[in-house]
Design a binder for this molecule. Structure first.
Ligand code: 5GP
Ligand code: ZN
Length: 144
């Protein structure tokens, strides 16, 4: 637990939240400033800043929760779809790993988000990006 962290305090029930789900490792609650009403945040109860900092087991448990909360938001709020977002460092306001699970309705557009898109110069450049990521995956999986 990080003493200054709002989400640790929510996980420890030291500050209130509208909790919708919890198990031993994760807790999900309403975002106080939702993109759309019903916007949920799900977090590991232990403090990790980003997805890279958290152990694989914690991430697996977190994403089982993401699936459950997504289905509950879809069924409970009759949403047409679900937006799932994790900001890591850049764009991350609260430095405690959290997944946004947001209801999406076909007729409610979002502006200024996930844009602009970049264009690859050509196939060669696209291939270069793929091989840089693939080499990094090889190094990471060799380490394990
Ligand atoms: P981020 O920008 O870090 O991806 O998202 C952090 C989210 O946490 C924001 O959407 C913000 O509205 C939400 N948030 C910040 N403080 C609190 C709080 O005290 N309680 C709840 N329920 N949500 C919070
Ligand atoms: Zn924390």
């Amino acid at each position: 637990m990080d003493n200054e962290c709002i989400f640790c305090k929510i996980a420890e029930k030291k500050i209130p939240s509208y909790t919708v789900f919890e198990d031993d490792e994760s807790i999900a609650f309403l975002d106080i400033n939702p993109l759309f009403k019903g916007d949920c945040l799900i977090i590991p109860k232990k403090h990790y800043e980003t997805i890279i900092d958290a152990p694989d087991k914690t991430v697996r448990n977190l994403f089982s929760g993401v699936k459950l909360v997504s289905e509950a938001v879809k069924n409970g709020l009759k949403s047409d779809g679900i937006l799932i977002v994790v900001n890591n460092k850049v764009g991350q306001e609260i430095p405690h790993l959290h997944v946004h699970v947001t209801p999406r309705m076909k007729d409610k557009k979002i502006r200024g988000f996930l844009w602009p898109r970049e264009k690859y110069d050509d196939e060669k450049e696209m291939q270069e990006y793929a091989s840089r990521i693939k080499s990094a995956i090889d190094s990471l999986t060799l380490k394990k």
